[in-house]
Design a protein around this ligand. Structure first.
Ligand SMILES: Cc1cc2nc3c(=O)[nH]c(=O)nc-3n(C[C@H](O)[C@H](O)[C@H](O)COP(=O)(O)OP(=O)(O)OC[C@H]3O[C@@H](n4cnc5c(N)ncnc54)[C@H](O)[C@@H]3O)c2cc1C
Length: 403
């Protein structure tokens, strides 16, 4: 046996999962097709990731949170949801609740860099770069992979963390439902004249949606979604034209706005695997569930799923049980699925509801926003889902051994 566990994909999910098992004594390999240089100094990719309270708690336990500088983890204190041209908003804030922050924003490349640096400090985790996996085979005792350089590696368990378009998922014969929204998400950062006061805006404008999320100083993260056939028009605009367009779309709330980074375009495709495990094999991160970003839950679910699986494995190590046993993997699959399924389908329904511009849907949206604003149980339920506060206690008893 070359390793106890082989993780394919050193993205945020694969790295977090490796770190969560670092203290277990298991021998772990991370296989990544990108180069070491790309992982050691990841470039800004336009994504500023909204992290929930549960995710912050997990990142603290993993020793990652303290690696972020204060300016790299600005908080969200208020959130406003607007529909069409109406000034009416559904509001969430910290004053009326018991929280100090609704959540935090950390750039994807900052998360990846911190995880990479942390994982490098453990001798029992080895990273192999510039390698893809070309084949997977499992039997009741072992799981092996073939690498693009012809090497075969054997382990007790293989974990796929190789993105929502996971090759490993296909190799393991796990099907997935995919939903192509036919839309594109364009992300970037912008500077603006006025202060944002740590307010996050989600504006469901007709035909397009615009999220403006507070970063450090006078900067915000911009997430624009539009039909895919408008991608080239938005990406082709010169910087001034794009800046004016966003400022106008945002009703000049922050005064003059100016593009501060490159723009990045992501096609919007949601993916949910039908199960998260097979013989000596499991899916984590986007390979298990790849979310539409509107509810900002992709990486948050990746983190909580990895925590559930790591907890099962740590328990098995302590009890000297098989870490690749089917019963263990199925327990993980069931527990994680219980969280992901409603979140995935709920998010897709929200997208459908807020991008349907026919009159009955517009009317229904007006009613829905007012209902959510004025009926406390509805508002509290939405708040706890978005911030992941209610689940925090039960899902993650401290098991990483760091406290
Ligand atoms: C615009 C946008 C905004 C988002 N905002 C949020 C947000 O606010 N909050 C949130 O929680 N989530 C958000 N997300 C989702 C979040 O970015 C993803 O959930 C997260 O990046 C998934 O991490 P991952 O490690 O599973 O996959 P990835 O980041 O896709 O990483 C997969 C890794 O596997 C490697 N790989 C792939 N195939 C192979 C192979 N065959 N062999 C070896 N290596 C391989 C890749 O090189 C890569 O390093 C957003 C996503 C987008 C697009």
């Amino acid at each position: 046996m070359d390793y106890d566990i082989i993780i394919v994909g050193a993205g945020p999910a694969g790295l977090s999962f490796a770190r969560s098992l670092a203290d277990s004594g298991l021998k772990i390999a991370l296989i990544e097709k990108q180069s070491e240089a790309q992982l050691a100094a990841p470039e800004f990719d336009g994504r500023d990731i909204a992290l929930t309270h549960l995710s912050v708690r997990i990142l603290k336990e993993l020793g990652i949170w303290t690696r972020f500088k204060a300016a790299d983890r600005p908080s969200i204190k208020e959130a406003k949801v607007l529909d069409g041209k109406s000034p009416y908003s559904l509001d969430f804030d910290v004053k009326k609740g018991s929280l100090e922050e609704l959540g935090y924003l950390v750039s994807n490349h900052v998360i990846r860099k911190a995880l990479f640096d942390e994982v490098q400090t453990f001798d029992n985790i080895s990273m192999r770069f510039d390698l893809a996996v070309t084949a997977l085979s499992t039997n009741d005792r072992t799981a092996s992979i073939t690498l693009s350089d012809g090497q075969v590696l054997e382990s007790r368990l293989v974990i796929a963390a190789d993105s929502r378009f996971s090759d490993l998922r296909r190799m393991a014969g796990i099907s997935a439902s995919m939903h192509d929204f036919g839309r594109v998400c364009i992300v970037c950062r912008m500077e603006h004249e006025r202060r944002h006061n740590n307010i996050a805006f989600e504006c469901f404008d007709y035909g397009r949606t615009l999220a403006v999320l507070p970063l450090a100083g006078h900067q915000s993260s911009i997430v624009l979604t539009a039909p895919m056939d408008q991608r080239d028009a938005f990406m082709g605009m010169d910087n001034d034209e794009f800046s004016r367009d966003i400022q106008h779309r945002f009703n000049s709330r922050y005064g003059e706005m100016k593009l501060a980074t490159k723009r990045f375009a992501y096609p919007l495709v949601g993916v949910h695997a039908t199960k998260f495990c097979a013989q000596r094999f499991a899916l984590v991160g986007d390979a298990a569930v790849g979310m539409h970003p509107v509810t900002a839950h992709g990486y948050n679910l990746g983190l909580s799923g990895a925590a559930i699986l790591a907890k099962e494995i740590v328990k098995a190590v302590a009890d000297e049980r098989d870490i690749g046993a089917m019963a263990l993997l199925e327990r993980y699959s069931r527990k994680h699925m219980r969280v992901t399924k409603p979140m995935y389908h709920g998010t897709n329904e929200i997208v459908k509801f807020f991008t349907d511009d026919r009159l009955p849907a517009r009317m229904a949206r007006k009613v829905a926003l007012r209902l959510a604003n004025n009926v406390p149980p509805i508002k509290n339920a939405i708040r706890s889902k978005l911030t992941q506060t209610a689940e925090g206690g039960s899902l993650l008893p401290s098991f990483f051994g760091s406290q």
